[in-house]
Design a protein around this ligand. Structure first.
Ligand code: FEO
Length: 403
């Protein structure tokens, strides 16, 4: 028997745990896997909300069959066209000749752009707050453009007050046991939710705020996202967390120090900064070697903390190659509301600190702490004192923020 789990009397989780795909969107590591959540609503009309990635089709279709036997599926609601949710539709259309694809006008246009043969008679186009009547369950729709693509929307079951939020409130990580937030230790998933949010949706704070505003007057008993845990106990808490993230507000005191270093001198600068921050009582200091830790994790940690310190050696008159993609992504996402410290090593040419200064000038929402410290080679005693001073300026800022 395939693993399916009841959300309530009529709604069944028929999602897939994918532990074999290496990278999400072919660049973000899935060290702990990912789920493609899909939900079956058993009613006079049988409806599936969100599909799965094409490679997982086999088990997915078997799960549907295990639940409904030879009955037809009437609707597949496509909240989001990205192939991790729509890859299964092509086969579903073949297997279920009565099946209709439900989406907004952009959904249908984008499914066709991705090569799906979708004749008009197999399409139901919905608009904001239209009702899809399944019998007992009445479903309605909230458009949420850019959370994560232009066509993204959420489906709301008016009958049971269940929100199918698609990418919103989703997290990386396979569901290794229970599927509900009140049945597991949520620490892992809140970290993986932040990694998902910051890397996938983080650029689109204004659209996230818009959908949070729309949903603020909607009673929600359960949030069923398209990735990760299903939320029924900590709904208020995750919505509050989303509000902070949407405004790029850090959620915790602490400093992320990221450096690029070839021979250890810039790394030693980071160590001195970190040690002094610790001496000043900053309990969360996280130091990353940009060469070693995947940027999706660094990015996620930056999203959490108020302090950021960036350092680089010089490489061919420029920044260290592993630092550049991180800076580029932070610029692209428009990071703000952070204190920034800058340090690095110029040797004979410089270039690393110069690039970080350009970064600081580009992102006007960052507050630079102290002056950039750029040394030549090994850290001298005088330079060590300057680094300690910079760390203290950062600590002063953070401590002044304590309520
Ligand atoms: Fe889960 Fe934007 O795809």
């Amino acid at each position: 028997m395939y693993c399916c789990t009841k959300i309530n009397d009529d709604i069944i989780w028929i999602g897939i745990n994918d532990r074999k795909t290496e990278r999400f969107e072919n660049y973000i590591p899935l060290d702990n896997g990912v789920t493609y959540n899909s939900y079956l609503i058993m009613d006079e009309k049988i409806c599936i909300v969100d599909g799965v990635e094409e490679g997982e089709n086999g088990n997915f279709l078997s799960k549907i069959e295990a639940m409904i036997g030879n009955s037809p599926v009437d609707y597949i609601i496509v909240n989001h066209v990205e192939p991790d949710h729509s890859g299964s539709i092509k086969n579903m259309l073949k297997i279920y000749p009565e099946l209709k694809v439900v989406g907004n006008a952009k959904t249908i246009m984008m499914l066709k752009l991705l090569g799906l043969d979708l004749p008009d008679e197999r399409v139901v186009i919905v608009k904001e707050k239209d009702i899809l009547d399944l019998g007992k369950h009445k479903l309605t729709f909230y458009l949420m453009p850019m959370v994560h693509w232009p066509e993204s929307m959420a489906t709301y079951d008016i009958t049971d007050k269940v929100l199918f939020s698609n990418d919103a409130f989703g997290s990386f990580g396979a569901l290794d046991g229970a599927i509900f937030d009140d049945e597991v230790n949520t620490d892992f998933f809140t970290d993986e939710m932040r990694r998902y949010y910051s890397n996938i949706v983080g650029k689109f704070g204004a659209p996230v705020n818009a959908i949070l505003k729309k949903l603020s007057s909607v009673e929600i008993s359960c949030i069923c996202p398209s990735h990760g845990l299903i939320w029924r106990k900590y709904i208020k808490e995750i919505i509050e967390r989303y509000q902070k993230w949407a405004n790029m507000e850090p959620t915790k005191e602490g400093v992320v120090i990221v450096y690029g270093s070839m021979y250890g001198n810039t790394a030693e600068m980071a160590e001195i900064l970190g040690r002094e921050l610790g001496n000043r009582g900053i309990k969360d200091v996280i130091i990353y070697d940009s060469s070693k830790t995947d940027h999706s994790y660094i990015f996620s940690t930056i999203w959490k903390y108020k302090g950021l310190m960036l350092g680089s050696c010089a490489h061919n008159n420029d920044i260290y190659p592993k630092m550049e993609p991180l800076l580029h992504k932070l610029e692209n996402y428009g990071l703000k509301n952070r204190y920034l410290g800058i340090f690095g090593n110029m040797m004979w040419s410089g270039g690393g600190v110069k690039r970080i200064k350009e970064f600081a000038n580009t992102l006007t929402g960052l507050e630079q702490v102290g002056e950039p410290i750029e040394i030549k080679g090994h850290v001298t005693s005088a330079e060590r004192d300057r680094l300690i001073e910079l760390a203290n300026l950062m600590a002063d800022k953070l401590i002044a923020n304590r309520k």
